[in-house]
Unconditional design. Sequence first.
Lengths: 283, 325
Amino acid sequence: MSAVVTPRHRVARLAPGRIAIVAGVAIMAVVIFAAVFAPIIAPHDPYAQSMLARFRPVSAEYWLGTDQFGRDTFSRILYGLQITLWTAFASTALAMVCGTAIGILSGYHGGRVDRWVSAANDLLMSFPQMVAGIIIVALLGPGITNLIIAIAITAFPAFYRMARSAALALRERDYIDACRVLGYSDIRIIVRHLLPETLDDIIIVATLWLATAVRTESSLAFIGLGAPPPAATLGGLVRDGFDNLLDYPGLAIWPSLAILIVMIGLNLVGDGLRDANDPRATA
Amino acid sequence: MLLKVEGLRVSFSVRRGWPFPKTHELKAVDGVSFDVRQGEAFGIVGESGCGKSTVARAILRLVNLKEGRVVFNGIDISRLPVRQLRRLRPKLQMIFQDPAASLSPRMRIGDALAEAVRVHGIASGKAVDRLVRDALNEVGLAPESAERFPHEFSGGQKQRIGIARALVLSPSIIVADEPVSALDVSVQAQILNLMARLKAERNIAFVFISHDLGVVRHFCERTAVMYLGQVIETGQTREIFDAPSHPYTRLLRSVSPVPDPEKPALAEVQEGEPPSPLDPPSGCRFHPRCQFVTDVCRTKTPVLRPFGGGLVACHHAETLPPAEL
């Protein structure tokens, strides 16, 4: 903790993780582009059913075939990507903002408040993520907003711990004492002097948690707690495909592959950022 | 009197023991009193761990005090509500030991200085820039420094920045906690000269905390010697260093290097480390290391009393042989 990490050093240290980041960013760029422009790219209406076009194989017209209602799998994956990514980003952002804010306040304040909030956080963390997600969705009821809240709550402890431990360590540093001697308010010290120091780490955690959020969303959708039909999410598509897994395995495999690609992309970005930021990882 | 510290006590709780830890009270500062006049430099010396930094931090309310008062300009700041204290802060500034650690790493120097000015509404608009440039100029840094980040400066330059940050608030007293001990000797002299100039030109008072007797002697008019959280001798710096009364002050003097090769090295250097402040010795806290120890030292705690030109806390001050220096 003694070495002061300066902006210049950070740039220099990005080098080792660069390949992973470039690959990850490239994958995510394609994925996000596909999701955002789904209405333009998609060759078919993802919700349009056609009894004549059920279970079509891969063809020029239906790139990845059709499902049991004759809906185009490729188009549904694109729209599913949209909902899945939105859910992941929104829930991670929510967890990041709340977790970081409460974590920094708790760590900076210290004492009894910190002990109680940390104990509550540990309680939340002791639930396996999936179990917590299931309980919360079951309590809140189905729907994308509730899904986002549920995933955010399961992701909250990671941000809380990160921000709290950073604030706890930085609180003892001379420059925070200097701020107090200069007569700065606690809010100013936290926002202007503490937060910028922790932001790097928090963004790295956020990138890695995006991947987890995608996985949680897919898992919840798979057990039927995802976005309600007819909305397509990647997890929901896998689940629907499972009904005809033996006859038409593609229906489950294609969306699974899409999930895989998103996870790889997000993990590459996150790992790359982390390695670039961690002096030990480069040794 | 600009600053009056009365009966200052600071304790920390330490949990020790296994499997049932008990909370022990560590008395880091145990009844310290002194005062500082306008434009005067007051030195506090002592070994590491004697509580001198805690005194500095307690004056500035960076640690909570258990007992005692800190009166600044007639106002007791030790119990003042935080908001009112904040308004007084500009007049009571601090310089830190590690200049690198005392600057926000991601803030340009100019922004850091301007922030202090703006928070206290000392100036606004263009006047802020002028104040910042004047302060940088006063500590001997180029105006372009304002555009740069702390890591682009050397240790001595960073300490100058730390001083400039205090100066923009026009303080009447600066608490300097080992301000030069992290710097090279040549740079130490520059920083000391800068502080001496500020003292003379701006009439700023200093509480100067150091373990380096030579530096204190150069800079401070009056000095207090601390041992295990207590002041054991205080008075004019010159008198304390040329004719130390307390055996501990003599020990400090004898182990600090004398820049005179003709003088023979002193043979009687006492050994040992200071005892733990968790369990201070009975009676006079210095008795286990003192060569003049008698029975009364082991049982009765000496209090500060006038002796020579200053105050000393030793039962035998009158009967001790004159110090050989």
